[in-house]
Design a protein around this ligand. Structure first.
Ligand code: TXA
Ligand code: MG
Length: 327
């Protein structure tokens, strides 16, 4: 059982780095979503991460380092090494995670006992400053209680983890708002496990053989996709711009809406967010899910977007949120 803890908020990177090195948990911003950091080489710190999040023990964590040089010190020799290195050199620092064989310097607990590990180099300046100050790998899942949407603001972190973690390193909101693209580089063919802001089209310019697995296989290969994800408390309902309308029994007055087109006068939603682009929609989605819950909405209506560019990642998150909330 986790006992209650006072959660402090600091802007001092050195304080946050000291806490991590002492085996404490520290939440920090990245360009995708906020991370809940723990020293990756410290199994007891890793255990605290799983406890604070209520995260299933079979869901591996992503390890964060400051730059490609630090990442390469964790690389073993294996057939997919060239692809993993090429991806990092092309897209890191940035919203990309490569899954590689786990080196002996990282404990099995970090990746839920798997022989592989996810590795990421965030570009957000606060994450960069923290990783440079710690000068050691930092394991960081999204800083939410397991099953909830990933937080994209400090207040989102506090809403989920206040009283469960000792420290939050404050900083500006990241520019993306959805979690990193995950590519498995452990096999013969690099394989997309989670869509994000590094697009398939761009990845294929670097690794032309990249495969995109069907949902069922991603499920088997990326343990995290098996678990409940991205869902607010209220029910999520997807609509297309042509075929709108509420599910039976729902009312506009108790429903929130997010999408690219504006609702009409005949759709008096209680809370509305109209986004200027799919990128803007991706940036706003998780925070808007939280606002919808806070406003007591019974339903969140989300407009679908074309499945291209960031639309692939956005539709993936929307479908998961809608699925888990459906009866
Ligand atoms: O943008 C992000 O990736 C954020 C920020 C904080 O860096 N982190 C994040 O972590 O989203 P998390 O734990 O919420 O999601 C990690 C995903 C899960 O779906 C997990 O199953 C997958 O990556 N993953 C991690 N290690 C893996 C491994 N060794 N093999 C396959 N999938 C792995
Ligand atoms: Mg997560």
């Amino acid at each position: 059982m986790t006992s209650a803890t006072d959660t402090e908020v600091t802007t001092d990177v050195a304080t946050a780095a000291r806490a991590l090195l002492a085996g404490e948990l520290v939440a920090f911003p990245t360009e995708t979503v906020w991370g809940l950091g723990a020293l990756a080489t410290d199994p007891s710190a890793i255990a605290k991460t799983y406890a604070a999040k209520g995260r299933p023990r079979d869901n591996p964590l992503i390890v964060h380092v400051a730059d490609v040089g630090a990442a390469l010190t964790l690389f073993l020799e294996w057939p997919g090494r060239a692809a993993a290195e090429a991806i990092l050199r092309a897209f890191a620092p940035g919203p990309i995670t490569v899954v590689i064989p786990r080196p002996p310097s990282l404990p099995a607990d970090v990746s839920a006992g798997l022989e592989t590990v996810g590795l990421r180099i965030p570009s957000h300046h606060v994450a960069q400053a923290l990783l440079r100050a710690v000068n050691a790998p930092v394991a960081a899942p999204s800083a939410n209680v397991s099953g909830r949407p990933s937080p994209t603001t400090r207040d989102g972190v506090l809403a989920s983890l206040e009283g469960k973690i000792p420290l939050v390193l404050d900083g500006p909101r990241g520019e993306i708002g959805l979690e990193s693209t995950v590519v498995d580089c452990t096999g013969d063919v690099p394989t997309l496990l989670r869509a994000g802001a590094v697009f398939v089209e761009a990845l294929r310019e670097v690794v032309p053989t990249l495969e995109v697995v069907a949902d069922g296989e991603a499920l088997a290969r990326s343990p995290g996709t098996r678990h409940r994800h991205y869902a607010p408390t209220c029910r999520v309902h997807l609509v297309s711009s042509e075929a709108r309308g509420l599910p039976p029994g729902a009312r506009y007055e108790t429903s929130a809406y997010i999408g690219l087109s504006s609702p009409s006068k005949e759709e008096p939603f209680c809370l509305v967010r109209v986004c200027a682009s799919a990128e803007h929609y991706a940036h706003e989605l998780f925070e808007f899910m939280r606002h919808a819950d806070d406003a007591g909405a019974a339903l969140l209506v989300c407009e679908e977007v074309p499945v291209a560019g960031i639309g692939l990642a956005l539709m993936d998150r929307l479908r998961r949120a809608a699925d888990v909330a459906s009866p």
